[in-house]
Structure formats: structure tokens, C-alpha cells
Design a protein around this ligand. Structure first.
Ligand SMILES: [Zn+2]
Ligand SMILES: [Zn+2]
Length: 141
């Protein structure tokens, strides 16, 4: 029996179901992934497009990659959560944002790409203080 991975955006308007196992789970540090995510990288799970069904209203942004293929990033039209990306270099496939998945506990990052664009702050020093939830801290005047 093949597994389903379900997910949704922050506001819940966009939902998806992906059937089977991803082809690969990759972390990408390229400039577009950093700007579009607002952080140091994206993490995506690539599935055959025919294995994924998405409902809800998406907005799209297209750009040309360095290799000349066209990349389309799709976001929830309401809350802006990044849902999936496609690339004409790998037709018939789409990459779902791992952070939007309900349960990705059995998946792990298999490859890191565009590591040359990885910001130094996208790696935790062992001395960074870590809180399990929001700490009771506010900026002082
Ligand atoms: Zn949303
Ligand atoms: Zn990228």
C-alpha cells in the first residue's frame, strides 16, 4: 500500500495530497530560494506531478534559472505560503515545500544544492541558546 503525504498552507485555503514516495528531498540555497522563502534555504520533496493533487487558489511567479530553464513557484494566493515549484528542466515533476507537509517525519534531506550560496547564518553554532517555545523576552528600550 503506497503512502500519502498531505499538506496545507498557513491559512488552510490550499491543500494537497501526494501519493507514494518522493523522488528526492533537497535543500536549496540558491538566490531565488532565499528571497522567495525569506530565509537561508528551501526544503522540497520532488514528486511526479501526476501523483499530486492540489486544491485552492494559487498565485504564481516565474523566472529563468541560470541554466536557462523556466522555474514556476506557486504560493497560496491568500497567505503566501510557498506550496510547490516546477522546473522545465524536470518536466512532469513538482517539488512540494516540506514545511507545508502535515507529517514529514519519515523524510529527511538527501542532498543540498547551491551550497555555494549558503549564508553563514544558516548554520547554528553549538553555543546558540535554544528555547522549546517562544521565550519570555522583549527588546529593551
Ligand atoms: Zn493560505
Ligand atoms: Zn533554489
Amino acid at each position: 500500500m503506497s503512502k500519502n503525504y498531505t499538506g496545507k498552507c498557513a491559512c488552510g485555503d490550499v491543500r494537497y495530497v501526494a501519493h507514494g514516495q518522493p523522488k528526492v528531498v533537497a535543500q536549496c540555497h540558491c538566490e531565488e530560494c532565499r528571497r522567495l522563502s525569506g530565509t537561508g534555504h528551501t526544503v522540497g520533496a520532488m514528486f511526479p506531478s501526476k501523483s499530486v493533487s492540489v486544491t485552492g487558489k494559487l498565485s504564481q511567479f516565474k523566472y529563468m534559472s541560470g541554466e536557462g530553464s523556466e522555474v514556476t513557484k506557486s504560493f497560496c494566493a491568500t497567505c503566501g505560503s510557498p506550496i510547490h515549484g516546477t522546473n522545465t528542466r524536470t518536466p512532469d515533476h513538482m517539488t512540494l515545500s516540506l514545511g507545508t507537509m502535515d507529517d514529514a517525519s519519515d523524510l529527511g534531506i538527501e542532498v543540498v544544492i547551491f551550497a555555494c550560496d549558503k549564508p553563514h547564518w544558516d548554520q547554528l553554532d553549538e553555543h546558540v541558546i535554544s528555547f522549546p517555545t517562544q521565550p519570555d523576552w522583549k527588546p529593551e528600550d
